[in-house]
Design a protein around this ligand. Structure first.
Ligand code: HEC
Length: 255
């Protein structure tokens, strides 16, 4: 009996350990409801595709996602043909060719989400001195992850609290450290017309793009979660088998 209890206890402790580990990352920003968080979480394909649409039509005007290649969009449910067609919408610089010159060509599925600016100085110059960071790993690199991104995108205030002066070219944001951010509010209702007809509120835009950025930061989350599930299942079955074996072995032994 003790073996079985011990096993069940360790299985539970293992599960709780995982829950505690993710709770430790809980930010001070409000926690939203996500389909992909929690032990059995999977990304919602429709949200991911809408989130990509928001990134493509809004955020990509300033932010690169250098770790992501067009072909990675298979992970959000796009077909090979859709990916090839998407890539073709972009021009990239390649080369040098045999004459030693760089040349422009249509992007291919293996190309990355490039910065719209030729270099950091140009990016800063276009943004009042602030640098729009690469968004590939932003959900991992900011405390609060997707909850922070959602809070940031919905946290702009037109009038700052009494006594706070917002510097020239800056915007008041409740959740940005220091509250003054060089990024103007990028989203508002109907900023994007969703291909799937979803109502395009500010909150919906912010939710969808946060899911997309969370996916970009952890493309293997689903594989990890399903492995975790299999491991748990295995442990439970093993615990049951050990318990049954123990009962059988001890059946005829009198205390
Ligand atoms: C017009 C250019 C522009 C657009 C469009 C834009 N951003 Fe930004 N973004 C910036 C700049 C500039 C900064 C740096 C701000 C600073 O450091 O003060 C920034 C910073 C950020 C940060 C980092 C905040 C931090 O904690 O450091 C995130 C996250 C972000 N943007 C997400 C987005 C998302 C998501 C979109 C699309 C919905 C978007 N941005 C659209 C210019 C832009």
């Amino acid at each position: 009996m003790r073996t079985a209890k011990l096993l069940i206890a360790s299985v539970l402790a293992f599960g709780l350990g995982i829950a505690a580990a993710s709770a430790a990352e809980t930010p001070k920003v409000p926690t939203q409801k996500w389909a992909h968080t929690g032990f059995f979480g999977t990304f919602d394909r429709a949200e991911l595709q809408r989130g990509y649409q928001v990134y493509k039509e809004v955020c990509a005007a300033c932010h690169a996602m250098h770790q992501i290649r067009f072909r990675n969009l298979a992970g959000i449910g796009l077909s090979e043909a859709e990916i090839a067609a998407l890539a073709k919408e972009y021009e990239v610089t390649d080369g040098p060719n045999d004459e030693g010159e760089m040349f422009q060509r249509p992007a291919r599925p293996a190309d990355r989400f490039k910065s719209p600016f030729p270099n950091q100085q140009a990016a800063r110059a276009a943004n009042g001195g602030a640098y729009p960071p690469d968004l590939s790993l932003i959900a991992k690199n900011r405390v609060g992850g997707e909850n922070y991104i959602y809070a940031l995108l919905t946290g702009y205030k037109e009038t700052p609290p009494a006594g706070v002066t917002v510097m020239e070219g800056m915007h008041y944001n409740e959740w940005f450290p220091g509250h003054q951010i060089g990024m103007a509010p990028p989203l508002s209702a109907d900023r994007v017309t969703y291909a799937d007809g979803t109502k395009a509120t500010l909150e919906q835009h912010a939710h969808d793009v946060s899911v997309f950025l969370a996916w970009a930061s952890s493309p293997h989350l689903e594989a990890r979660n399903s492995l975790g599930l299999k491991v748990m299942l295995f442990l439970f079955i093993l615990a049951g088998l050990l318990y049954a074996t123990k009962r059988k072995v001890w059946r005829n032994i009198k205390h």
